[in-house]
Design a binder for this molecule. Structure first.
Ligand SMILES: Cc1cc2nc3c(=O)[nH]c(=O)nc-3n(C[C@H](O)[C@H](O)[C@H](O)COP(=O)(O)OP(=O)(O)OC[C@H]3O[C@@H](n4cnc5c(N)ncnc54)[C@H](O)[C@@H]3O)c2cc1C
Length: 366
């Protein structure tokens, strides 16, 4: 390929998606990743794949939630454009708490109602909880139900986008680490290396997360479950073929060493307190990854005009929640438009920065 219009460095979550969406617009794209095409080295590989804009309000900025709600509309469209089906379920989330943690539930409920009045949260009582999720029986006399939330099979999605890249003729360079010494030539380089960009983004920090995959085909869950707890706020995400994802710890650290006994004990004890039948579940995997976070825990689009590098980073715990919205915004920027809808994206450049690209015939199709 002659010099591509766009070189994407980092083919984890956002880089892989950006390469796919840019190539669909007719641009010549090259993608580089230090690991192989499965994406096993990325935070995206470990993630639970929840797209939960309402629930995230409890611990995040309201803007994150608005961007997430926008992504929730884009996800089904994106998945429909992939060459293979990807498990996606949009039955919503049940927020649960033990009686002694009623205070935690009250805090969550007040955050939800004050910040998200436009989004639907239903308070369930008595048999209503088991009506929505029979597997819970009568263990939880109260719950909050957030119907408009979804989850996607993270690994199936990475695979499907990888195939879409091949179909689109994206020049993919797997197992090719990129740094300043071998930066590719391209109209523009987009740095999507997550934690791999630490040496260029000094304020980037890691938030270590441990997560467990279980096999429990006898447990029939149809919703994501989140336990509201002051210390162990675990979630259980039901996947296809009897798999459950239980996560995740959060420590301020970029240590990617294997999961700790403490982390796993806390996760599994907490999950078992929701569903005692998990005692017989089989453990398929422990995994550890690091969420790339900026000081304000919000994503950023940062342009370095001298080196013509656009950096997308800081997706923190919101990669699946935010990626479609951020990618669409970046497509707009590259084509000389900006929606200006998302102040928390921390865009440090104006569309004028991308004048060169706009002269290319391909780019004008965007
Ligand atoms: C345990 C856990 C659970 C999570 N659950 C959720 C969830 O339910 N919902 C949600 O929205 N988010 C979740 N997240 C967050 C989400 O996974 C991240 O926000 C997202 O993956 C970040 O995307 P990224 O593309 O920036 O980084 P990554 O996905 O980490 O991808 C970075 C890529 O860059 C590559 N790379 C690194 N250095 C180089 C180099 N020098 N040259 C070339 N390539 C390089 C890596 O190999 C990797 O493929 C979770 C994260 C963790 C750890």
């Amino acid at each position: 390929m002659s010099q591509p219009d766009v070189a994407v460095v980092g083919g984890g979550l956002i880089g892989r998606c950006l390469a796919w969406r840019v190539s669909r617009c007719g641009a010549r794209v090259a993608l580089y990743d230090s690991a192989d095409s499965q994406g096993m080295n990325s935070a995206a590989w470990a993630a639970a794949g929840m797209i939960a804009p309402t629930t995230e309000v409890i611990d995040s900025d309201a803007q994150i939630s608005s961007m997430g709600a926008n992504s929730l509309k884009l996800w089904p469209q994106w998945l429909a454009e992939l060459p293979i089906p990807v498990f996606y379920r949009d039955n919503g989330t049940l927020l649960l708490w033990h009686v002694e943690d009623t205070g935690e539930a009250a805090r969550a409920q007040s955050m939800l109602t004050s910040r998200q009045s436009q989004l639907c949260v239903r308070y369930l009582e008595g048999s209503q909880v088991a009506d929505v999720e029979p597997e819970l029986g009568s263990r939880f006399p109260r719950a909050l139900y957030v119907p408009a939330e979804a989850q996607v099979d993270n690994r199936g999605f990475l695979k499907a986008v990888g195939l879409a890249l091949e179909e689109a003729g994206v020049e993919s360079h797997w197992e090719t680490a990129i740094d300043d010494s071998n930066r590719p030539d391209a109209g523009i380089v987009v740095d999507c290396r997550g934690m791999g960009a630490k040496s260029d983004l000094r304020s980037l920090r890691g938030v270590r997360g441990e997560i467990v995959r279980l096999h429990a085909p006898e447990i029939q869950l149809s919703h994501m479950l989140r336990l509201l707890h002051p210390r162990y706020p675990v979630y259980v995400v039901p996947r296809s073929e009897g798999q459950l994802v239980v996560g995740a710890t959060a420590f301020e650290s970029d240590d990617r060493s294997p999961a700790s006994v403490r982390g796993i004990l806390e996760l599994l004890t907490s999950a078992y307190s929701i569903i005692p039948a998990l005692a017989e579940a089989r453990i398929l995997e422990f995994n550890t990854q690091v969420r790339p976070a900026l000081p304000n825990n919000q994503p950023a689009i940062l342009f370095d005009p001298e080196r013509r590098i656009l950096r997308l980073n800081g997706l923190y715990r919101h990669g699946f929640l935010l990626t479609p919205t951020i990618v669409e915004e970046v497509l707009g920027l590259l084509s000389g438009r900006s929606s200006g809808r998302w102040p928390c994206l921390n865009v440090n450049c104006s569309v004028a920065s991308f004048g060169l690209l706009n002269t290319s015939a391909e780019m004008q199709k965007w």
